[in-house]
Design a protein around this ligand. Structure first.
Ligand code: ATP
Ligand code: MG
Ligand code: MG
Length: 548
């Protein structure tokens, strides 16, 4: 068998464990609870949890909730649900906000070491002294305050004595550093805002860079894995840990997942939700994990996708069709084949005198356990797809047309004898005769037909609404287009077929069942279903457009 080569992070981890640098591998997944998780997060989840599944140790779930304004408990709950659904379990559920006291202490420690100072310059003044990537910045006039004065003002900041923006706390590093982030970065700001967990206890909040690395260190995270945007933050990450003399977590960066025909920032997805451009975070067109779940994706297919795209050091763009390939591969083995007629037209068999009979259908010839069979009722009145009949057949047309024969899947061969039209010229009914000796499995008719079509017995059928989905955006890279990404939304991303007919066996469908509607794609029940009206989502069509 083929040995899978290690990705670069696995190599680092193996080296660190083999050399004894760490005894136990500890990783974390650190979402900000400011939205629902998306397929990009799934990649980070599979990477972090995958490492500790492979090498031992454990993974923490840490909510990176240091920004009080955008964070909500609803998001915390949905993020947990999504990680569990993907198949992963965290060791500890933690919140960066639980470290506010410790982080405050770290800030005091830096002030005491002469490595942080309070600045009352305006944002514009700070920007004016920041320099440019090619020119050094200049020191703030407040850079050399005494330790005592800094401690005094910082305490008053914490005690709520100042308005938002009156003061900030900055690390005292190097205004001439070639790395702009090292030019005395802001580490605390005043924000009189209620926090989803700490309420009104705090009116100062740490900046991301001051919270993230120290939270890693508090938790003894050995390998802190993040996306490439943080490469330039690494120097600062290391500086804080070194100056604070705390557990030396190390940051490693990989390329984020970018996927065609969608957007993947929570901020942008939130806009789509708030502006009702989609039907919520779990709209089946969304790249969110909850949207993919509702669409019918399985956890396995998403994990497989993350495995296939691998871990890269450079930005790249992955085709959405690869994700579709992965779900198709999974459902091909697991989804029962059933019949559903999406755009129905009546077919009457004029010489069928038995009334009804029960036929036997194979559930899934691709299933590992053989798939079993089920009963399919048959009668002289069927629904078939409107597109399976042509009044004037095209060349190489093997389906129904006047005088033509076709096999009804799992049933008999029928011959089209006639058809009925309404006053507008629309075909409303197709009239056929059937060949009694042609029953599937015991066909002695000797007739060969090229076309096989699906059908549903009209007196037995259940009605359903079917929702078909297309790409959410018309551009492959809506983020990179000129103007607003929302200008590139696909107006045809959702097609609703309100009057489909399905096999009666589908009345038992639950939200976890997945089906192949023969010739139509893979489908799952939607949560909008009621006892009177079942709603099915098309997860993906049958055709594989992904070029390997
Ligand atoms: P967003 O802009 O979507 O909110 P984010 O990075 O701000 O993304 P976080 O909640 O902070 O979102 O992300 C949690 C973790 O998931 C981080 O470690 C981040 O690097 C990772 N992550 C986010 N987006 C992607 C992506 N597209 N590909 C891979 N990892 C990602
Ligand atoms: Mg983030
Ligand atoms: Mg974000």
């Amino acid at each position: 068998s083929e040995e899978k080569s290690l990705n670069f992070i696995e190599e680092i981890v193996e080296n660190d464990l083999n050399s004894g640098k760490y005894e136990t591998l500890v990783t974390r997944f650190p979402p900000e609870p400011n939205g629902y998780l998306h397929i990009g997060h799934a990649k980070a989840i599979c990477l972090n949890f995958g490492l500790t599944q492979k090498y031992g140790g454990y993974t923490n779930l840490r909510f990176d909730d240091t920004n009080p304004v955008t964070e909500k408990t609803e998001y915390v709950n949905s993020q947990q649900e999504d990680i569990r659904w993907l198949g992963f379990n965290w060791k500890n559920e933690l919140y960066a906000s639980d470290y506010f006291d410790e982080l405050y202490g770290f800030a005091v420690k830096l002030i005491e070491k002469g490595l942080a100072y309070v600045d009352e310059s305006s944002a514009d003044e700070i920007a004016a002294l920041k320099g440019t990537p090619t020119e050094p910045g200049q020191d703030s006039p407040y850079r050399n305050r005494s330790v005592e004065e800094n401690l005094d003002i910082f305490t008053k900041m914490k005690n709520g004595e100042f308005a938002d923006g009156a003061y900030i706390l900055r690390a005292k590093i190097d205004m001439a550093s070639p790395n702009m982030l090292m030019r005395d970065p802001i580490i605390y700001r005043i924000k009189h805002a209620e926090h989803h967990r700490t309420g009104n206890k705090w009116c100062i909040y740490p900046m991301y860079d001051f919270a993230h690395g120290q939270s890693d260190s508090i938790e003894n995270i050995t390998h802190s894995i993040c996306t490439l945007e943080y490469v330039s933050h690494r120097e600062l990450y290391d500086w804080f840990i070194e100056k604070l003399e705390i557990f030396p977590s190390k940051q490693y960066e990989f390329a984020r997942l970018n996927l065609t025909s969608t957007v993947m920032s929570k901020r942008k997805l939130l806009q789509l939700v708030n502006e009702n451009l989609v039907n919520g975070w779990d709209d089946p067109r969304m790249p969110t994990i909850s949207g993919l779940r509702r669409r019918g994706f399985t956890p396995k297919s998403i994990r497989e996708f993350c495995e296939r795209i691998g871990i890269a050091k450079r930005e790249n763009l992955i085709e959405l069709s690869l994700l579709e390939f992965c779900i198709r591969e999974d459902l091909n083995k697991t989804a029962n084949r059933v019949m559903a007629v999406l755009d129905p037209i009546k077919l009457v068999i004029t010489n069928y005198e038995k009334g009804t009979e029960d036929l036997i259908g194979e559930n899934n010839p691709e299933a590992e356990d053989g798939g079993g069979t089920r009963v399919i009722p048959f009668s002289n009145e069927l629904w078939i797809e409107r597109e399976d009949f042509m009044e004037v057949p095209a060349k190489k047309w093997f389906r129904l047309a006047p005088g033509a024969m076709v096999r009804l899947k799992f049933a008999y061969i029928v011959k089209c004898e006639d058809f009925v039209k309404d006053e507008n010229g629309n075909v409303t009914e197709i009239r056929c005769t059937y060949i009694p000796e042609s029953k599937s499995g015991s066909d002695t008719s000797g007739i060969n037909v090229k076309g096989t079509i699906h059908w549903v017995s009209a007196p037995h059928a259940k009605t359903a609404e079917i929702r078909l989905y297309d790409r959410l955006f018309t551009s492959e890279t809506p983020d990179a287009e000129e103007g607003d990404f929302k200008d590139y939304l696909n107006p045809e991303s959702l097609t609703v077929l309100p009057n489909a007919y399905i096999e009666p066996a589908l009345a038992d469908a639950d939200l976890d069942s997945r089906y192949q509607f023969i010739r139509k794609g893979y489908f799952c029940l939607d949560k909008d279903s009621t006892a009177d009206k079942l709603v099915f989502n098309r997860t993906v069509n049958l055709k594989d457009t992904f070029k390997k």
